[in-house]
Every structure is written in structure tokens, then in C-alpha cells.
Design a protein around this ligand. Structure first.
Ligand code: MN
Length: 414
């Protein structure tokens, strides 16, 4: 496959520094966007660390999924022991060639990959954001989501937890197709139909990337904007027609669905058929006891795995699945992370989160997150009041409010 790529990035008109990073590596046919978050220089360092680890891992022959997992570890390691970098994280969306006619996209966070085919732009990636999850659950309309005050909360990012869930998408491509990678600085400022119009009308990939970044700045440039445009110049010839392809309905290629939900909770232990005969005989005697124990343990596991609460992980506010402290060896795991870090919280909110707040359902935990976010927005001094453009879109809050000058302590009421 032959590809041609262009790229552009800009700090925008509001932010002081550019926390986005991108990669155009024609040698390894690897393209990526990362949007960093975190106080001080954290965001910049996180996105740069992730991109560099991704590049080195793909160059060393790792598949893109594993390379993104490596990038996650690299961000966590980089932050370890460095007070200024604590709580930093980043999105990462990467494209590699998967075959003669296929591209593979790995994705974590709320940057996006779009696919332009026959003049029609389709979004490939799901945003890992609170607002888009509410849309997927039918609790918000896409129109409500566009101006939702909590649209900046990401639910998955690199640098938060050693376990990271990477979405993978495979797309079938033809010569003339185009993939657009972008940070949310583009998509929060420019509507999809305008992205489509601009991506379609500019044939040169470098010019297309520049035009898209310019459009974000003309619309207010409230965030850093980065765009990588990848054009499919030539695909490999197929030696023989694939009967499955011929039988398939004449539809444009569709992105594959992301990985399914995590596996169900552990079943209560049951007697194994492969046990030795004598053991089995002894087991029969104790079978009622074993069954009762199994059901009890299964019940506790069920309870532990279906409970959620809000706490801190690595100084970041997250939703845990499980119960605080764990129960019978089932330790809580990070279910969703956010962009909120501990030093942004009021002392009262901080104490509530330290105690494992909003124990119970996932929706309860999310509601509590929304109140935290609202509190942070109310105390933040960086809410956007600078935008005086004639756009009808409401002003949005900065994704990462400026960090408080010092860590909260009991003696400094906030
Ligand atoms: Mn951004």
C-alpha cells in the first residue's frame, strides 16, 4: 500500500502551550495523534512520551495494540517520582497498515479518526468521554452532547492505570480514500459537516491538515488543535477475488466494532470432572458444604464486581469497580478515569473522594462525578470568557483548568 500524509498543529488562541503531539513516520508507516492533560508541563510530557514509546515499539516490531499498552506504561513510568508530572495523562490514536488493503487503528481517549470515502466522512472511533457514553446509553441526544458542560471528562486515557483498554478498528481502503486523525481541539470547534467539506475539497494532504487547523482557530481556537491527514495513494492488487467479498452486499467498508464488554464475574467454584477418583469420593461427602461456600463466595464476588465508587488513582479522580479495600481477594479496579486531579478539588470534595464516595451503582458514581466537575468549574478561574466570536455555539470550559498553585492542606482553606 502506498500512503501520503500531511500534518499540522497549533496552540490555538486561548491556551498558553500546546499539549498535543503527533507522529508522521513514513518509514514505519505509522501515524498518530496524542492530546496530553495535566498541570505544569505534564500534558506536553505525557503526549510526547506516549508518541515516542509508540514509535519505538512499532519500530521494534510490536503490533499496534501492544505498542499502545507500552506507551501507557511509559507515561506512568515517566510520571513516577516527579511531583510536577503527577496525574498527567494523554489520549492516543494511531494508524498502521494491516495488510495490502487494510488499515488498523488503535485508540484510547477522545481524539478521533475519521474515514473519507467517496466524498463521505464517517467517524471511526468512539470518544471515551462521559458525555459520549451518555449518548451511547440514550440518556443524551447528540445535540445535547455538543454543548454539554461535562464534555471534557474523558473516561479512558493513557497514564492513569497499568491496565489500559485499547479499541481496535480495521478498515478496508481503496485508492483515493483518506483518514483524518485529530485532537478534540478540531472537533469541539468545527462541526462534522464542515470537517467533511474541508477534508473533501483540499486534495493535498498537507494543505488539508493546515486548512482544518485554521478552521478550528477561525472558530475560536479554544484548545490546541492537531490534524494528521493520511491519503491512500495505491493499494496492493489482490491475486484472486475473495468469494466472501463477492458474496457480500455492495456496501461501503465499515469499521469493526470495538472489543466487547469485559468478561462476566467469576462463577462460584464447582467440582472439576478431572479430579482423581479418591479425591472425588471425598469431595462428594463435602459437596453440600462446597456448594454453600461456592454460592457464598460467588455472591460476594458478584456484589464486589457490580459495585462502583469514586476514588483517587495516581492523584486522578476515577470510578472504581469493586468495593473500597477489596473483599475476599477481589480488589477494586479502575473502571473509568477522568481529567480531574486531586489538587483541583475543594477540601470537602477531596475528603469525600478519599473516603470512597458514591458507593453503589455506576450511574450514582457518574452523578457524583458531575457534581465534582461542577464544583471545579465553579471554583476555576479559567472558564472561557475570552471568546467573543459571533458563533452561536456556547463557550466551553477549558479541558484542564489551570492547576492550583499549591497542594491543598488542612491549614489552607480554599
Ligand atoms: Mn484537547
Amino acid at each position: 500500500m502506498k500512503l501520503a500524509a500531511g500534518s499540522a498543529t497549533h496552540t490555538g488562541l486561548v491556551r498558553g502551550n500546546n499539549e498535543d503531539s503527533f507522529l508522521v513516520d513514513n518509514e514505519h508507516v505509522l501515524y498518530a495523534i496524542a492530546d496530553g492533560m495535566g498541570g505544569h508541563r505534564g500534558g506536553e510530557v505525557a503526549s510526547r512520551t506516549a508518541i515516542e514509546a509508540l514509535r519505538a515499539s512499532v519500530a521494534a516490531g510490536l503490533p499496534v495494540h501492544d505498542a499502545i499498552v507500552r506507551a501507557n506504561s511509559a507515561v506512568i513510568e515517566r510520571a513516577t517520582g516527579d511531583e510536577e508530572l503527577t496525574g498527567m495523562g494523554t489520549t492516543l490514536t494511531a494508524v498502521v497498515v494491516a495488510g495490502g488493503r487494510q488499515l488498523l487503528i488503535g485508540h484510547v481517549g477522545d481524539s478521533r479518526a475519521y474515514f473519507l470515502h467517496d466524498g463521505e466522512l464517517r467517524r471511526i472511533t468512539d470518544d471515551h468521554s462521559l458525555v459520549e457514553e451518555l449518548v451511547r446509553e440514550g440518556r443524551l441526544t447528540p445535540e445535547q452532547a455538543e454543548s454539554h458542560p461535562q464534555r471534557a471528562i474523558v473516561t479512558r486515557a493513557l497514564g492513569v492505570d497499568t491496565d489500559v483498554d485499547v479499541d481496535l478498528y480495521t478498515i478496508e481502503v481503496e485508492a483515493g480514500d483518506r483518514v483524518v486523525l485529530c485532537s478534540d481541539g478540531l472537533t469541539t470547534m468545527v462541526r462534522d459537516r464542515d470537517v467533511e467539506r474541508l477534508a473533501r475539497s483540499e486534495p493535498d494532504p498537507q494543505r488539508a491538515a493546515e486548512v482544518l487547523v485554521d478552521a478550528a482557530n477561525r472558530a475560536g481556537g479554544e484548545d490546541n488543535t492537531s490534524v494528521v491527514v493520511i491519503d491512500v495513494v495505491e493499494v496492493d492488487a489482490v491475486s484472486a477475488p475473495d468469494p466472501e467479498l463477492l458474496a457480500a452486499p455492495a456496501e461501503p467498508p465499515r469499521p469493526m466494532a470495538p472489543a466487547p464488554d469485559p468478561p462476566p464475574p467469576p462463577e462460584p467454584p464447582a467440582p472439576r470432572a478431572s479430579l482423581g477418583r479418591r479425591v472425588r469420593g471425598a469431595l462428594l461427602l463435602f459437596l453440600p458444604l462446597v456448594l454453600v461456600l461456592g454460592i457464598a463466595i460467588g455472591g460476594v464476588a458478584w456484589y464486589a464486581r457490580r459495585s462502583y465508587y469514586v476514588g483517587f488513582a495516581n492523584h486522578r479522580v476515577v470510578i472504581y469497580r469493586g468495593v473500597p479495600g477489596g473483599v475476599l481477594g477481589w480488589n477494586p479496579t479502575v473502571d473509568q478515569s477522568t481529567r480531574l486531579v486531586d489538587r483541583q478539588l475543594t477540601q470537602i470534595d477531596h475528603d469525600r473522594v478519599t473516603g470512597g464516595a458514591a458507593r453503589g451503582s455506576l450511574s450514582g458514581a457518574r452523578q457524583f462525578l458531575a457534581t465534582l466537575e461542577a464544583d471545579v468549574a465553579a471554583t476555576s478561574t479559567t472558564t472561557t470568557t475570552t471568546s467573543t466570536t459571533s458563533t452561536t455555539r456556547p463557550a466551553r470550559k477549558a479541558k484542564q483548568p489551570a492547576p492550583k498553585p499549591s497542594r491543598p492542606t488542612a491549614s489552607t482553606p480554599r
